[in-house]
Ligand binder design. Structure first.
Ligand SMILES: *Cc1c(COP(=O)(O)O)cnc(C)c1O
Length: 437
């Protein structure tokens, strides 16, 4: 398995102190953690929703803040002893509102799904109608999938992308259709923001449509939050009534959620809907780590990072298209691209492609593509994103090299010699760029 030299890098890349401490008590858990750190250090992480957090964020997560029940909000807690929890939560709130240029933040949602659930609970009654994109077109489970509470208890109406490849706006949101559906169905909420959409979101256009039908615009920027914060994607404010997001994707913080607004009334409804509406005690150690991550994102280096994420995605997408691959919307404006494999090989599923790539040390996820006839377990596409590799320091030339790796693996159709030679080169590239330490 691991050689002495790679596990030294591995220990270093988390925290020698903490791992040594853990090692003394529980060598089984330590072994697994170290193996995972090594896996991350020696593979190319291209999952669009993942990133590598800083050691500072990791330390804050593993801190004393986890020991406290802090139900309520700063200054209004149910338990004694929350003085420092009030300070840390207020700091996280202040940094979040600075970062996204808005008036209110709720930093307590345990995840992006919880943030969305709280917003639905704050604004909707069972059976109410809202507009969103369907999962198979790049939407999220929480945007009305029948297997989610959002689809079971509410009534989602899905707006389309432009599917016609001869159009200039192929693969973009079909804004005219959004408007038509809004007029027809009079939804209480219009939801924008997606999990597999490679283009910029026109928040101003969405707001216009929302105003026309008296709906609230909710922007779920889970994927692009770091790009918005770093100025590499237009801001959802002032156009959105409410913004929800995760904190662990491009924003590069701990796993968690966040809800933002400028409206005093909506802020009150949101606070009640998070606690006690849909959650119990907040994860204060995670809130501490959110504060650290927001602090990092407020620094000038983060702007540079966000722009590099986009430049890297552009370089990789152009390289893949030059090798003959078909990407949804023929490119990308953000951190991700969606490869439609149907034109490359009608028999090849996203599932099989992802397995070959993983064997070669390249980590992506299978993903449905617009009009996909295959199930979400098979799919006809793969989603590829640059946030994690950009954190490690890879730039455009490296991304083109990664593009040749992907091309060689897919064209080899499972040939083991090709996979193992790419695996060796991928390891070599990884060795040039350490995890944050
Ligand atoms: C990732 C994501 C979420 C949910 O985040 P979790 O933290 O996994 O619950 C919500 N909305 C969108 C658009 C996402 O991409």
């Amino acid at each position: 398995m691991s050689t002495t030299s790679t596990s030294a890098v591995t220990l270093d890349s988390i925290s020698v102190d903490l791992l040594e401490l853990l090692q003394r008590q529980d060598s089984q858990v330590t072994r697994i953690l170290a193996d995972e750190a090594e896996r991350q250090a020696t593979t190319l992480e291209l999952i669009a929703s993942e990133n590598h957090v800083s050691p500072a964020v990791m330390h804050a997560m593993g801190s004393w803040m986890t020991n406290k029940y802090a139900e309520g909000y700063p200054g209004k807690r149910y338990y004694s002893g929350c003085v420092h929890h009030d300070r840390i939560e207020q700091l996280a709130i202040d940094r979040a509102t600075d970062l996204f240029n808005c008036a209110f933040a709720n930093v307590q949602p345990h995840s992006g799904a919880n943030a969305n659930l709280a917003v639905y609970f704050a604004l909707l009654e069972p059976g109410d109608t809202f507009l969103s994109v369907v999962l198979s077109d790049g939407g999220h489970l929480t945007h009305g999938s029948p297997v989610s509470i959002s689809g079971k208890w509410l009534k989602p109406i899905h707006y389309p992308l432009v599917y016609d490849e001869s159009r200039d706006d192929y693969g973009y949101i079909d804004y005219d259709a959004v408007e038509q559906l809004a007029v027809e169905h009079k939804p209480k909420i219009i939801l924008c923001g997606y999990s597999a959409y490679p283009r910029l979101i026109d928040f101003a256009r969405f707001r216009e449509i929302a105003e026309r039908v008296g709906a609230l615009l909710i922007s779920d920027i889970a994927h692009i939050a770091g790009l918005c914060a770093g100025g590499a994607h237009p801001s959802p404010f002032p156009h959105s009534h409410i913004v929800t997001t995760t904190t662990h994707k491009t924003l590069r913080g701990p796993r968690g959620g966040l809800i933002l607004t400028n409206d005093d009334q909506l802020a009150k409804l949101i606070d009640k809907a998070v606690f006690p509406g849909t959650q119990g005690g907040p994860l204060m150690h995670i809130i501490a780590a959110k504060a650290v991550a927001f602090g990092e994102a407020l620094r000038p280096e983060f702007k540079q990072y966000a722009h590099q994420v986009v430049a890297n995605a552009k370089a990789l997408s152009e390289h893949l298209m030059s090798c003959g691959y078909h990407l949804l919307s023929n490119g990308t404006d953000n951190h991700l691209m969606l490869m439609d494999l149907r034109k490359f090989d009608a028999e090849l599923t996203g599932k099989q492609a992802a397995i070959w790539l993983e064997d070669a040390g390249i980590i992506v996820n299978k993903n449905t593509v617009a009009g996909d006839q295959r199930s979400p377990f098979a799919t006809s596409g793969i989603r590829i994103g640059t946030p994690a590799l950009t954190t490690r320091g890879l730039i455009e030339d490296d991304m083109r090299r990664v593009g040749t790796f992907i091309d060689r693996v897919l064209k080899a159709k499972g040939d083991e010699a090709v996979i193992s030679s790419v695996r060796a080169e991928a390891r070599e590239l990884c060795a040039q760029y350490s995890l944050p330490h």
